[in-house]
Design a protein around this ligand. Structure first.
Ligand code: NAD
Ligand code: MLT
Length: 311
């Protein structure tokens, strides 16, 4: 019997194949402190996480039976991959299941930002009927800079085209052929800064992308630009962004992800030109079922046939 620990909330329906499988015993224990996780991890053969659990080198070191860490989602930046590799632990993720959920959340954030919908709603809940404060802008014929055109960036840009936005795309792996086929214009980061009315980031968080949008980059952006981050906290330097919004150079920001989660930045919570959501990009019933199903199948495959699809 292989013991599997699920340490973040994930879809019960999605992990049905695993819970029903005679070779696996699945246990759910969420909201564990790092010390609690460290003290029990030695009992398990596999660990399933979303983004709340940080799987540190210390936890991996204590995981004597662990063969697999499965991330029910895309980003594996909450897992110490090097420590896992040193210990011979396989890390798998579910890269495709939440693409549409994160794409649609990005579009929802962009539209909410353009029309100030969350703040207008709050004003209505306060009994007001304020039609002056909330004059918005249109997406029509605006330029959208997409930084990172992988799964989500590409889907965001495709949908933005239906609003008749011009797409400037930056990604080191974007080919001219793909850009042309999708109707995007390949651009440098500086060209995006100079020309974009909206900028959305869709890269992983890596050494290269940490602080990609910093004070220097923001100073080169078009006055009145609006910025969306539904990828990872830290790609945009939060202090620099807060300053740029306060100064009015950046007209607004819509953020789903943060350097520290849960969010501890009061400026972001309360600024009238900033919209925040608590890392909801992948939070749809459909996406949660798909990612849970995907990692369950991978775990079954690994233990029953040593067949690994995503590593
Ligand atoms: P992906 O791997 O398909 O795409 C990432 C793209 O970023 C790739 O095309 C890569 O070439 C590009 N890239 C890497 N370094 C770059 C750089 N320095 N500059 C520009 N581009 C660079 O990933 P994806 O599935 O599209 O996910 C994108 C991001 O969204 C990830 O950070 C992921 O963790 C995050 N995500 C967030 C949520 C959420 O809940 N908010 C949900 C799903 C995914
Ligand atoms: C991801 O990288 O897939 C997202 O962070 C989604 C999540 O699991 O919350």
């Amino acid at each position: 019997m292989y013991k599997v620990l699920v340490s973040d909330p994930i879809s019960d329906t999605g992990i049905q194949a695993l819970t029903d499988h005679p070779d696996f015993l699945v246990e759910k224990q969420t909201n564990l402190t790092p010390d609690q996780l460290k003290s029990i991890i030695g009992e398990y053969d596999a660990l399933i996480v979303r983004s709340q659990t940080t799987v540190t080198a210390e936890i991996i070191q204590a995981a004597d039976r662990l063969k697999v860490i499965a991330r029910a989602g895309v980003g594996v930046d909450n897992i110490d991959i090097q420590a896992a590799t040193r210990k011979g632990v396989i890390v798998v993720n579910a890269p495709n299941g939440n693409t549409i959920a994160a794409t649609e959340h990005t579009l929802a954030m962009m539209l909410s930002l353009a029309r100030q919908i969350p703040h207008a709603y709050i004003s209505m809940t306060e009994g007001k009927w304020d039609r002056k404060t909330f004059k918005g802008v249109e997406l029509f014929e605006k330029t959208l800079g997409v930084i990172g055109t992988g799964r989500i960036g590409t889907e965001v840009a495709k949908r933005a085209k239906s609003f008749e936005m011009n797409i400037l795309a930056y990604d080191p792996y974007l080919t001219e052929e793909k850009a042309q086929k999708l109707g995007f214009t390949k651009a440098s980061l500086d060209e995006i800064a100079e020309q974009a009315d909206f900028i959305t980031v869709h890269t992983p968080l890596t050494k290269e992308t940490k602080g990609l949008i910093d004070a220097n980059y923001l100073s080169k952006t078009k006055p009145g630009v609006r910025i969306v981050n539904c990828a990872r906290g830290g790609i945009i330097d939060e202090a620099a962004l807060a300053e740029a919004v306060k100064s009015g150079h950046v007209a607004g920001a819509a953020l789903d992800v943060f350097e520290h989660e849960p969010l501890d930045n009061e400026t972001f919570r309360h600024h009238p030109n900033i919209i925040v959501t608590p890392h909801l990009g992948a939070s749809t019933a459909e996406a949660q079922e798909k990612v849970a199903q995907s990692v369950s199948e991978e775990i079954i495959d690994i233990f029953t046939s040593q067949n690994i699809q995503h590593a």
